[in-house]
Design a protein around this ligand. Structure first.
Ligand code: ADP
Ligand code: MG
Length: 335
């Protein structure tokens, strides 16, 4: 056996990238979430070739100080948490300080940013470089080009441009649904595919899910102690053959969770055939100290401390929304 030695930083980052940067859509998710965390009011995404050739995200958020710019690309460097206490009640989308380092290790990455109040903007290209002055009026532009240019084995796992774009589109939708207060735009190969003005939740859901969904959905708005569920759940008439229109957010974070899926399924038990799937956009607000989001690097899984209570709450909230208003407004013949 060769002697044990420490891995180099670039190699450590590339290994971490295997977990965080699965495909262009995962880059888009991470960089979009950073823009959201930066208090942006408008975010613009530009994709080329399904995101493989280029993902460029511009925001008008708080920006990054010159002194922090190089650090932003370092592993385990974050401005979002500082202590275990912070980790236990994390309020931002990010907190691991891993994403940009991982992305920069597998793609040509630059960040241009102008911190609020700064005289002008600065730009860093890749890790280990000093920032240089750059032109930018406000906010941050993260430009990620040629994903996996240096890791051909991973590049081979990328699917067609169309498939990668579809995943990017999905990542964009998830953030856009959660943050209707932020104006968002997505352009692919020069064509605008979403232009979303800042609005309220209902309007944003209509733009992304279609008015047809809204017309065939019941509003959900239930509060019980520290738990709150809002959003829309489709009536059986709008059910689908696949689960492609199911969006569940926990404190603004899109998650896939067996417990939640089961609770919602249960609420539809008497009104939906087993082979059909409901469509929904639901937002659960819960005390952040009672949910662990640090289960998986992409944070798509969560763990609830009081999982039974959450299950019961979601089940009853959805069932009540479907039952009461559904039966009353549709004269009882909707089911
Ligand atoms: P995390 O989001 O977990 O903190 P990242 O690697 O995604 O880690 O980002 C590192 C740091 O870079 C963030 O903590 C933040 O301070 C800064 N940063 C990244 N993107 C932006 C942005 N768009 N606007 C302002 N700051 C940003
Ligand atoms: Mg981040």
């Amino acid at each position: 056996m060769p002697a044990i030695h420490r891995l180099s930083d670039p190699l450590i980052n590339q290994i971490a990238a295997g977990e965080v940067v699965e495909r262009p859509a995962s880059v888009l998710k991470e960089v979009l979430e950073n823009a959201v965390d930066a208090d942006s009011q408008a975010i613009e995404v530009l994709l080329e070739a399904g995101g493989v050739r280029r993902i460029r995200i511009s925001d008008d958020g708080c920006g990054i100080d010159k002194g922090d710019l190089a650090l932003a690309l370092e592993r385990h460097a974050t401005s979002k948490i500082a202590s275990l206490e912070d980790l236990e009640s994390v309020a931002t989308m990010g907190f691991r300080g891993e994403a940009l380092a991982a992305i920069a290790s597998v793609a040509r990455t630059s960040i241009t940013s102008r911190a609020r109040g700064a005289g002008h903007a600065w730009r860093v290209e890749g890790t280990g470089r000093a920032p240089e002055p750059a032109p930018l009026n406000h906010g941050t532009v993260v430009d990620v080009q040629e994903l996996y240019y240096n890791t051909p084995a991973r590049r081979k796992f990328l699917k067609t441009e169309g498939t990668e774009f579809a995943h990017c589109d999905e990542a964009f939708r998830r953030v856009a649904l959660a943050r209707p207060d932020i104006a968002m735009q997505l352009t692919h190969n020069g064509r605008v595919s979403h232009r979303l003005p800042a609005s309220d939740m209902t309007r944003r859901v209509g733009l992304l899910m279609g008015d047809d969904f809204l017309e065939h959905a019941r509003a959900v708005s239930v509060e019980a102690g520290p738990l709150q569920l809002t959003g829309f759940a489709s009536l059986p008439a709008y059910s689908r053959a696949s689960r492609d229109a199911q969006y569940f957010f926990v404190n603004g974070r899109f998650v896939r969770d067996k417990l939640i899926t089961h609770a919602i399924r249960q609420a539809y038990r008497d009104i939906l055939h087993g082979s059909r799937h409901p469509a929904y956009v639901l937002f659960l607000q819960i005390d952040p100290r009672t949910v662990d989001v640090n289960v998986h690097p992409a944070k798509i899984e969560v763990r609830f401390r009081e999982s039974r209570a959450v299950h019961q709450f979601v089940y009853h909230a959805v069932e009540r929304a479907l039952g009461h208003s559904g039966a009353a407004e549709a004269g009882g013949d909707a089911f």
